[in-house]
Design a protein around this ligand. Sequence first.
Ligand SMILES: [Fe+2]
Ligand SMILES: [Fe+2]
Length: 311
Amino acid sequence: MPCLAPLGPPPNSRYTPRVATTHPTPTGAVVERADQLARHSTPYRDPTARVQWERLNTHSFWLPETALSLHGVAEFDRLPLADRQRLSHYEFIHFLQAGLWLEGIFLERLGRAAAHPDTPLSTRMYHLHELREEAGHSLMFLEFFRRSGLDVRKTAPRRDFALTLLGRRLPFDSALFWGAILLGEEVPDRLNRYVRLHAEGVCPVAVELSVLHSTDEARHIAYGLEILQERLARMPGPKRLLVARALTLLLKRFTKTFYYPPQALYVHAALPPGPWAERAHGNPVRRAFVARCLGSTVTRLRGLGLPINWP
Ligand SMILES: [Fe+2]
Ligand SMILES: [Fe+2]
């Protein structure tokens, strides 16, 4: 979990925000979509209170075995069931840790935008709905950590400096910011959806987390798409090409963060000594899995006129 920058000015100081805060008037379509999604976010239902926590157990997989980074690696597939299940526990925790990092950045940006007096009322309200939902996810993840009984201290992903910096500094209303937001929502959501569709043999609490998260993300993704579409519509072709190139790079970085754990995680999961991270990176089954998961995201971006070069 990265350190979070302070959300507001220090008391009694002359504070100048370093982030560009342009707030162009949103189009009718964006306002309408914000109102519609805000209605669907009401009444708010706390996901942590909805999970049936008593069903959490460590004698099942926490991710489908086919969703593990080492699935298909002969040295891993030969390990006893308990070892493979244990890796699934740590890979799921690693996945939630990456979510916490990203949601921390969303919370900062949404909080600032919602507090900005120039932001129109509809979008301001929608931002607060999304902020409340992201905070709810983070709380649910932390509750999962608390109840898991695992030592989660060394399970965070590599902190991607470029993604963190861009997430904090890109102008809030830029196409690139909303493209990055969309990727940040879509890349983990594709795995959540996979878990929901391949839930057999997976701990029901892990499935519940994925389903609850995915339900809210569908709204966040719809909003991100609406804004991105609106920003791209006013953008000349060459600039759009630059945005597509930047998003291609960001997609690769998000994928690495969420789908390829560092070597430390495999050590932490007590796998026998071996170059496990290297094996995961060279694993053609994993590459095909990731390409399948994110195929629809890439198609969606291409449908917006962004020639994403991936995989
Ligand atoms: Fe979330
Ligand atoms: Fe979200």
